[in-house]
Design a protein around this ligand. Structure first.
Ligand SMILES: *Cc1c(COP(=O)(O)O)cnc(C)c1O
Length: 396
């Protein structure tokens, strides 16, 4: 693996130089006002990225998976019923975690490549007349298949059924890269991680927690200590942590939100949509298709490319790593070998994206797949040549 090449895994993502420098700092007393001066702007910036009104932003030394655990243990009690849709590796892993915590899972299965089935969720909520379902889990962007789900539609289903369940959303591979609207969608907890849209090293779970979720925390009896929101909220009031925080990562987070807002969140989202479209044009030119079943489900942050019959996506990923020092994502679980994944999130430029598509093509040629060199690159070049505004109008 060459450390000079950009990575095309859907997290961790490429770290901008300015963020690396922000993380690299001398020891600072985390109980001093100097820490609060770094920490408070980071929290305020995350709040704007999530569009959270009221509630709390909670930043834990952990990863996205720890964020899931914090979301459920702070709001639920042993035996509580939880509704969730399963349509990929990440939605599956969150369900597995809930089962291990003794929650009573009501799972709706959908084919991998589909999103959360809003109609089935609506029917399950309507059928739950005595409101036994305490929480609904939704994976906004299923990173295994490159599928985005309709969180606003799920909120409508909850409202239409007059159902009070908490809406807990995994936004680990969407937040900071795709529009996310906690207030507008009535999301009670949103979970992100530092190493995807925030372009940082792994090490932080970043959560938006609504007032309703904070209220649920008092009655929730699942055990938690390190992740207890109550301790966090108390310490935050004094500008600090109940334990030693990773100060460098938090300084990096402050820089990250500063960079996202300097570019403009809408411009960041448009850039991701543009790279996703350029990638899909390359995929089409290769004679392949995304795993996502239809255009409305296409993710702006990751494309899972279905490889032709007789080809193995994992071979391409292994070859790219060993021969060209470049990282792509393998297929996970039910789509292992059947897809390879191109992550196009975080810090990327036109030139970086084209380098990834070019290397993927060389790998296909080396492996004897029938893909003419330059075909996908040319399709992406043609698309990226048009100025961003015009290109977006074209795609819309
Ligand atoms: C990466 C990812 C996770 C897991 O996050 P970690 O930081 O690896 O613990 C969870 N959900 C989704 C959708 C992801 O993409």
């Amino acid at each position: 693996m060459s450390l000079q090449n950009p990575v095309f895994i859907p997290g961790p993502t490429n770290i901008p130089e300015a963020i690396r420098k922000a993380c690299d700092m001398p020891t600072l007393d985390h109980r001093s006002p100097d820490f609060a001066r770094i920490f408070r702007p980071a929290l305020a910036g995350v709040r704007r990225v999530l569009n959270l009104e009221g509630g709390e932003i909670i930043v834990l030394p952990s990863t996205g998976t720890g964020g899931w655990e914090a979301a459920i243990t702070n709001t639920l009690s042993r035996g509580d019923r939880v509704l969730a849709a399963r349509f990929g590796m990440f939605s599956q892993r969150w369900i597995d975690m809930c089962q291990r915590h003794g929650l009573d899972m009501q799972v709706i299965d959908a084919p991998w490549g589909e999103g959360a089935p809003v109609d089935d969720i609506a029917a399950a909520l309507r059928a739950d007349k005595d409101h036994r379902i305490k929480a609904l889990l939704a994976t906004h962007n299923e990173t295994a298949t490159g599928v985005v789900s309709d969180i606003a539609g799920i909120r409508e289903a909850l409202d239409a059924a007059g159902h009070p369940a908490l809406l807990l959303v995994d936004g680990v591979s969407s937040i900071g890269s795709m529009p996310f609207d906690m207030a507008g969608w009535g999301v009670d907890i949103a979970v992100a991680g530092s190493q995807k849209g925030f372009m940082l090293p792994a090490g932080l779970a970043i959560l938006g927690v609504s007032d309703r979720a904070l209220a649920a925390m008092e009655g929730a009896d699942l055990p938690r200590t390190f992740f207890d929101f109550r301790d966090m909220v108390t310490s935050y009031g004094a500008g600090g942590y109940p334990y030693t925080p990773p100060v460098g990562l938090i300084a990096g987070l402050a820089k990250s939100v500063e960079m996202l807002e300097a570019e403009g969140l809408d411009a960041v989202y448009a850039r991701h949509a543009r790279y996703a479209e350029a990638t899909r044009r390359a995929v089409a030119a290769w004679g392949m298709r995304p795993c996502a079943a239809q255009p409305a489900l296409y993710s702006d942050t990751v494309t899972a490319v279905v490889v032709p019959e007789g080809c193995n996506g994992t071979d391409l990923v292994t070859h790219a790593a060993t021969r060209y020092g470049m990282a792509f994502g393998v297929g996970l679980g039910a789509v292992a070998g059947k897809v390879f994944r191109i992550g196009h999130l975080g810090m990327l430029t036109d030139a970086m994206l084209l380098s990834g598509l070019a290397v993927a093509e060389m790998c296909m040629a080396d492996l004897g797949w029938e893909v003419p060199l330059g075909s996908g690159v040319a399709a992406a070049q043609e698309y990226l040549r048009t100025p961003p505004g015009a290109a977006l109008a074209d795609a819309a």
